[in-house]
Design a protein around this ligand. Structure first.
Ligand code: ADP
Ligand code: X2W
Length: 260
């Protein structure tokens, strides 16, 4: 028997910081048919709050150096302010959302990221996704909304890149569902020329990715995002696309499709 379809949609921090774009996306997401999960970032908002109290968070290889003070900030911003406001707006749109961090129902188990020469503090790398618990929500028409906080089951919360949360959820749930993973952010997809929104590269496989990388066409946050895409495809996720938030509702919107 073929598997049921599941859409996992990730929304980036620059969209979350724009209330009009966010509202429009949440309306479209509410209208998306079938089983679905939303994952949100919020790095921009967390940096703004940190700056307002005199902290200057550092990012290394797309990950926040998360000391104790920054862990408090990201927990308040991701699991509190942003997650609850997103859920409230989805509820307003008659989408029965449930806001979750990775510690709720033990959904996302992680360990403190250990890398030689870089102390990431309380940043987490994912070990396991509790697909049984998430499946209970999905099968009861409850729409999980995940923020970028995981835990180690020893009482420690950990800050985890939201793109990685989305890809690991997609990989874990691929055992049960035919999963499409959609990364949405403020641009129209992976662009050949970053200033030109019409220059969407519609198909990228791993070979083309290597060329685009060495030609410096892909840089910054797009590098870890695409690594997550290829990892998801290699672990059983059916479809991975990158595009702007309207891609979930507008058939004519261009986007980038990733293949292995
Ligand atoms: N070729 C490219 N096409 C599109 N975006 C790119 C490209 N190369 C680098 N980027 C950068 O990657 C960023 C997206 O990564 P990131 O900020 O991590 O996204 P998110 O908001 O989803 O977390 C874009 O804002 C853009 O500046
Ligand atoms: C460890 C780590 O880097 N966590 C990310 C989590 C938020 C995130 O990924 O947000 P965007 O999707 O908006 O970038 C951070 O704190 O920035």
């Amino acid at each position: 028997m073929s598997k049921q379809q599941l859409h996992i949609v990730k929304i980036g921090g620059n969209i979350i910081n724009n209330s009009e774009l966010l509202s429009s996306f949440l309306k479209d997401f509410s209208e998306l048919k079938g089983l679905k999960i939303l994952v949100h970032g919020g790095g921009k908002k967390a940096t703004e709050l940190a700056n307002s109290i005199g902290l200057e968070p550092k990012m290394v290889n797309g990950r926040r150096i998360t000391d104790e003070a920054n862990l408090e900030i990201v927990t308040m911003v991701y699991a509190g302010l942003l997650n609850k406001n997103i859920v409230a707006e989805l509820q307003q749109n008659n989408c029965n959302a449930l806001g979750l961090s990775g510690t709720d129902a033990n959904c996302i188990l992680a360990h403190k990221r250990i890398v030689k020469d870089i102390d990431y503090g309380f940043a987490g790398d994912i070990d396991a996704v509790n697909t049984n618990a998430i499946n209970v929500f999905l099968q009861n028409e409850i729409i999980p909304v995940f923020c970028a906080i995981s835990h180690d089951k020893k009482g420690q919360l950990l800050n985890t890149n939201a793109d990685t949360i989305a890809s690991e959820l997609a990989i874990g749930l691929s055992n049960l569902y035919d999963v499409s993973l959609v990364y949405t952010f403020e641009k129209n997809g992976v662009l050949l020329t970053i200033e030109d929104e019409d220059s969407v590269i519609e198909d990228i496989d791993s070979k083309k990715y290597e060329t685009l990388k060495s030609d410096n066409i892909i840089a910054d946050g797009m590098l870890p995002k695409m690594e997550n895409c290829f990892h998801a495809l290699s672990k059983g996720v059916s479809k991975v696309i990158i595009g702007n938030p309207t891609v979930i509702s507008n058939q004519n919107q261009k986007f980038t499709t990733l293949t292995l």
